[in-house]
Design a protein. Structure first.
Length: 342
C-alpha cells in the first residue's frame, strides 16, 4: 500500500527540484512553507469539489479532520449543509487544513511565524491530537520537504511516534556538501526574487553580494559556521545512519544528463519505490523497462545547478585545504561515493 504522506529531508542546495519530479510522478503534492499555513490562493479543492479537479481530500478524509478541529456536533452540522450552503463547509475545512499544517510543521521542528491569522483555539485543539494520529489527518498525498530534521528541535512526541511505527516514511536526500556550497552561493548571488523568504537567506544574500569574487564567497562559506546549510549538514548526519531512513543522493538521481549514471539512478528510484510502497510496481518486478513509463527523465538545461562535481571548477587548492581541515567529516565514506567523486 502506498504511503499517504512522506517526509523528505533535503538540505539546501541538494538538487531538490530533481527529486520533486519523482515524488510528483508517484502522485505526491510537494509541501513546505515557513509559516506552516496554507498559502492564500492555494488552488487545491475543498470538500464537495467534483472529480478530476485536482488533489482534494480523498474519501473519508474530511469528517475526521472536522471532528478533531471543531467537535463532532459541528462537524455533522457542516456536512449536512445543502449544496447552496457548502461555502461554510469549504471555509471551515480549509481553515482546519491550515491549522493542521502549522501544527504538523511545528512538530517537525521547522520554523513558524509567531503571528498567525488562524483561530488559536483551533490550532490548540489540533495540537492536542496524539502524535501517532496527527499525520493520518493530513488530507491527500503529501510529500513534506524539510531542509533538516534536528533531533533537538523536532517535537519529542513526534520522534517517539515515528520510532514506534516508522510512519510517515523518512527519506534523506543529500548531495556532496561541496556542491551544496556552490549551489547556495549561486542562489545567494542571483536575483533577489529567487532567494525567497528564509531569514538566513535574506541576511546572507546581503553578505554574499557584498563580496567581490567567487573565491571570497567560497572562503566565507567554508569559514562562517552560520553560512546557510552548514550547520544543517551536521545535524542531519543521524539520518544517513538510521536503518529506517531511506537514503538517496543527488549524485545517484542526476543520471547521465547531469554527470551520473543510469544504473545508479535506477537503483535510487528502486529504493524510493520501496520506501513509498508504490502500489503499481512490486519490489520483485522492478526493472529499468518498468521504471521508464512511470517516472520522469532527468531535466536538462539546468547548467551548473544540478551537475555532479561542480565544486571542482570553483574550489582552489586553498579552499580544499580549508574544507579538509573544517568539514571533511561531512563527506560520506569512500564506498558511498560514485567513482571520481573525491
Amino acid at each position: 500500500m502506498a504511503a499517504p504522506q512522506l517526509i523528505v529531508v533535503s538540505p539546501r542546495g541538494s538538487g531538490t527540484p530533481l527529486l520533486t519530479e519523482f515524488t510528483a510522478a508517484l502522485g505526491y503534492s510537494s509541501y513546505g512553507t515557513m509559516s506552516g499555513v496554507r498559502p492564500a490562493g492555494d488552488a487545491r479543492p475543498g470538500p464537495g469539489t467534483g472529480p478530476g479537479q485536482g488533489p482534494g481530500p480523498g474519501p473519508g478524509e474530511v469528517y475526521p479532520l472536522l471532528v478533531a478541529s471543531y467537535g463532532q456536533d459541528r462537524a455533522v452540522r457542516l456536512l449536512r449543509r445543502r449544496d447552496e450552503e457548502r461555502d461554510e463547509l469549504k471555509s471551515a475545512f480549509q481553515e482546519a487544513v491550515s491549522a493542521l499544517w502549522r501544527v504538523w510543521w511545528t512538530r517537525l521542528g521547522q520554523p513558524v511565524t509567531l503571528t498567525s491569522p488562524l483561530d488559536p483555539g483551533l490550532e490548540g485543539r489540533l495540537a492536542r491530537v496524539p502524535d501517532s494520529e496527527l499525520h493520518r489527518l493530513l488530507p491527500g498525498r503529501g510529500c513534506w520537504y524539510v531542509t533538516g530534521l534536528d533531533l533537538q528541535r523536532a517535537e519529542a512526541g513526534f520522534l517517539r511516534a515515528w520510532h514506534a511505527d516508522r510512519q510517515p516514511p523518512v527519506i534523506f536526500h543529500h548531495r556532496d556538501v561541496r556542491d551544496r556550497i556552490i549551489s547556495q552561493i549561486q542562489l545567494l548571488s542571483g536575483p533577489a526574487e529567487r532567494v525567497g523568504s528564509l531569514p538566513d537567506h535574506l541576511i546572507y544574500r546581503d553578505i554574499v553580494s557584498a563580496l567581490p569574487t567567487m573565491d571570497a564567497r567560497i572562503t566565507l562559506a567554508l569559514t562562517d559556521p552560520a553560512f546557510p546549510g552548514m550547520e544543517e549538514a551536521r545535524r542531519c548526519q543521524w539520518l544517513a545512519r538510521h536503518p529506517a531512513v531511506t537514503v538517496i543522493t543527488h549524485e545517484e538521481l542526476a543520471g547521465p544528463a547531469h554527470g551520473g549514471t543510469t544504473e545508479a539512478r535506477e537503483e535510487a528510484v528502486t529504493r524510493l519505490l520501496h520506501a513509498t510502497g508504490h502500489p503499481s510496481l512490486s519490489p520483485d518486478s522492478l526493472s529499468s523497462d518498468s521504471l521508464s513509463p512511470d517516472l520522469p527523465a532527468p531535466r536538462s538545461g539546468d547548467g551548473d545547478d544540478l551537475e555532479v562535481g561542480v565544486w571542482r571548477r570553483h574550489f582552489t587548492p586553498a579552499h580544499e585545504r580549508i574544507f579538509s581541515r573544517l568539514h571533511s567529516d561531512l563527506l560520506p565514506g569512500p564506498s558511498a561515493l560514485p567513482a571520481g567523486s573525491n
